[in-house]
Design a protein around this ligand. Structure first.
Ligand SMILES: Nc1ncnc2c1ncn2[C@@H]1O[C@H](COP(=O)(O)OP(=O)(O)O)[C@@H](O)[C@H]1O
Ligand SMILES: [Mg+2]
Length: 258
């Protein structure tokens, strides 16, 4: 599979920071793959995503190279971004429809009416009930899981080739988490998008991703297929992560296996 984007020796230092947030990261994201980025808090996962799409704060120092096939993606059009806190994606005083119409009209020559029709279709795609009515509702009227569905609808509104989801389910309960992951999987596969799924949950990563990249202390520890990482991790840190997960599930497995 060809690379959508390749990183070569990427290092990032935030302004006024004495330690690098990313150090000498070399890896690529394949066109159309679902790549999970896992690692503990502070390991550099979000920094990697921000560096990729040029969203680092001003004054950050970025060394190394980032090479996009077909040029850098345009903000808000060629990639979609879903954040951990679904509330932070919205303006609380604007209706969902107004926010979606604004995004759509920024990128497409649509009348307000046509933009609303398209917005309703996007809400239907992310399984928001009664999409036409939902357009006139405000963010606080939706549950956390529904807000995250709407945030995903906005993220895919422009038909991006890359979807970045940065801990999109970490603020949600387990059942809703699984539903959101299934929705992302379905959307990414049916639209042939590339997915960068950031999580600290190795179980969630292994259920969704084709490949998993493991980060620790600003460095890429290892990258491989989800199967390789789970069944044959090469690095002791990854083995520890997998073992910790297996320890948690072992009693269930023993009970389930005849
Ligand atoms: N805006 C910022 N300014 C300074 N340091 C930051 C900033 N954002 C993150 N960092 C630091 O960079 C490191 C990596 O952070 P981050 O990429 O957010 O980790 P993760 O997403 O894996 O939790 C951490 O040490 C964090 O404290
Ligand atoms: Mg983060």
């Amino acid at each position: 599979m060809s690379a959508l984007v390749s990183l070569e020796g990427l290092s990032v230092r935030y302004p006024r920071s004495t330690t690098p947030a990313l150090e000498a990261v070399t890896m690529s994201v394949a066109q159309g793959e679902k790549l999970a980025i896992i690692g503990e808090s502070g390991s550099g996962k979000s920094t990697l995503a921000r560096a990729l799409v040029d969203l680092l704060p001003r004054g950050s120092r970025c060394d190394g190279t980032i090479t996009w096939q077909g040029g850098s993606p345009a903000p808000g059009r060629d990639y979609g971004y879903v954040f951990q806190d679904p509330g932070s994606s919205f303006d609380p005083i604007l209706s969902i429809g107004a926010q979606m119409v604004e995004v759509l009209q920024t990128h497409f020559p649509l009348t307000r009416h046509d933009a609303r029709v398209r917005a309703a279709a996007l809400l239907a795609r992310v399984q928001i009930p009664a999409p036409e009515l939902a357009l006139d509702a405000y963010p606080h009227q939706f549950s956390g899981g529904q807000k995250q569905r709407i945030a995903i609808a906005i993220a895919i509104a422009t038909g991006p080739k890359l979807l970045i989801a940065d801990e999109p389910t970490s603020a949600l309960d387990t059942v809703v988490q699984a539903e959101i992951v299934a929705l992302l999987q379905e959307l990414v596969e049916s639209d042939a998008m590339t997915l960068l799924f950031i999580t600290h949950d190795i179980a969630l990563a292994s259920g969704l991703a084709d490949r998993i990249a493991v980060f620790r202390n600003a460095r890429l520890v290892e990258i491989g297929t989800a199967n390789e990482i789970i069944t044959a991790p090469r690095r002791s840190y990854t083995r520890g992560l997998v073992a910790a997960h297996l320890d948690l599930t072992t009693p269930v497995l023993i009970g389930d296996v005849p």
